[in-house]
Ligand binder design. Structure first.
Ligand SMILES: *Cc1c(COP(=O)(O)O)cnc(C)c1O
Length: 464
């Protein structure tokens, strides 16, 4: 993976900054077998068994390979119901990273969202952000409030190469806060901006956002699922930040906010877990009471103590600069490789994923025949890859019997942390030439079964 940011400045190749002591066989299938599997699954990769997937790029959430140190920590976990030593270690680790005083464990990100919004948000409220992630938006809307997306215009343009496409539009934010004074229980910012393609937010923008929220007395809560990846982008791309350590940048990010929510299944480097952390005590009692009602006692919050141990170690590992430069090089390397093969992607590549522009790649397949899904199927047939369609299967709609396509037809390849190696990626890129050579033969699909909601999970298709 070529980058001038490698551990040794003279080398072009970035190596995996780890060695492997526990392995899992890679499921291998033939094209003929995959053809049968795909047909039986109704051409929907969500219903293909993982044992039949060679490269699983469905999500980076909870798919991290844990380190020897994390597994070792799990073995000494203290599974006491109340006041366990594992909670003490977890609590200390979160306080260390965030600088906040109050830590509430949850089983994953959406549990943190539900708790916080059920305490803060009332009917008719408005919560601004750059882009709310799906579950964040859903939990705000569940309280009969509005989730407002105020990302900069550059963040909406797939080919714009702005270095911080996750930035919030500070002008729009200021007028939003002025207009809805008294109706905004908290203001948010998602780093990196997952919904906008894993795009980072600059330090300057985080600071500006904080100043506006505080001018209007609005508590600032950051969604920090990918705080370490965001900090690496700041170091790499923001003027004046090159010589700072990731930890230093991370500390500055957290210093601007009043609290945070995290799905630790991302930069927590674990398979399950999350938390809320807050500077001040104001909502803590209420949150803990809610936690006890639905998640568990405040010193485990729906997790096993061993999960808390793994997370305490994972938060530190996520900030390792060798790890981060390898991590960010993966999506960059894959995007460059795909582009070189003739497959267009959203620019610039995000931290955790690459988004293929299926509409541009397969112009002969109209949106109502799902070009994204056609490519998802081809990636599986040719390469054994499981990718995720983010287009008209996920977001298309019907109105008065008429098909309304999604704005974009994307295919997301999300990369699990520390799971696949450079040769896996090279192998995949090698196979892309075949797909490009045969792209005009690829056919669209017809949806033959459609469930009433979240149809992409269980819909079935037939080849046209
Ligand atoms: C994954 C994610 C969440 C939700 O977390 P879960 O652990 O999946 O419940 C919230 N916000 C962002 C930005 C995410 O990426």
């Amino acid at each position: 993976m070529s980058s001038e940011k490698s551990g040794s400045p003279k080398r072009k190749t970035i190596i995996e900054p780890f060695k492997i002591k526990m392995v899992e066989p890679l499921p291998m299938t033939t094209r003929e077998q995959r053809q049968e599997i795909l047909k039986a699954a109704g051409y929907n990769l969500f219903t293909v068994a993982a044992k039949n997937v060679t490269f699983d790029f469905l999500t980076d959430s909870g798919t991290t390979a844990m380190s020897a140190k994390q597994w070792a920590a799990m073995m000494v976990a203290d599974e006491s119901y109340a006041g366990s030593q594992s909670f003490e270690r977890f609590d200390k680790a979160v306080k260390n990273v965030t600088g906040y005083n109050f830590v509430i464990p949850t089983h994953q990100g959406r549990a943190a969202e539900r708790l916080l919004f059920s305490v803060l948000v009332k009917s008719g409220h408005k919560v601004p952000s750059n882009n709310h992630f799906d579950t964040t938006r859903a939990n705000i809307e569940f309280m009969n409030a509005e989730a407002a997306d105020l990302v900069i215009e550059e963040g909406k343009d797939p080919q714009n190469t702005h270095p911080f496409k996750g930035n919030i539009d500070l002008k729009k934010l200021e007028s939003f806060c002025r207009e809805y004074q008294g109706k905004i229980p908290c203001g948010m910012l998602t780093i990196t901006n997952n919904t906008g393609g894993g795009q980072p937010v600059s330090l300057e923008n985080i600071k500006g956002c904080s100043e506006i929220y505080h001018k209007y007395n609005i508590p600032f809560i950051i969604d920090v699922c990918r705080f370490a990846e965001n900090a690496f982008f700041i170091k790499d791309r923001e003027p004046g930040q090159k010589n700072r350590s990731i930890k230093d940048i991370v500390a500055e990010i957290f210093s601007y906010a009043d609290g945070c929510m995290m799905s630790a299944k991302k930069d927590g480097m674990v398979n399950i877990g999350g938390f809320i952390a807050l500077k001040e005590s104001k909502w803590v009692d209420q949150l803990r009471n809610m936690l006890i009602l639905t998640e568990g006692f405040p010193t485990y919050g729906g997790l096993a103590a061993r999960d808390l141990e793994a997370l305490a170690v994972g938060l530190e590992e996520a900030m390792d600069e060798n790890y981060l430069s390898y991590r960010i090089a993966v999506s960059k390397y894959m995007a460059q490789g795909l582009n070189k093969a003739g497959i267009p992607t959203l620019q610039p590549p995000g931290g955790h994923a690459v988004y293929i522009d299926a509409k541009a790649f397969l112009p002969h397949i109209p949106p109502e025949q799902f070009p994204g899904q056609a490519l998802v199927c081809e990636l599986y047939l040719s390469e054994g890859i499981r990718a995720c369609e983010i287009g008209s299967v996920m977001f298309g709609a019907k109105k008065d019997g008429k098909f309304i396509p999604s704005k974009m037809e994307l295919v997301r390849l999300a990369f699990p942390r520390r799971v696949y190696t450079q040769s896996h990626f090279d192998y995949i890129l090698e196979g892309m030439a075949d797909i490009v050579a045969r792209k005009n033969e690829l056919k669209g699909l017809k949806m033959t079964y459609e469930p009433p909601f979240l149809r992409h999970f269980t819909a079935r298709f037939e080849l046209l």
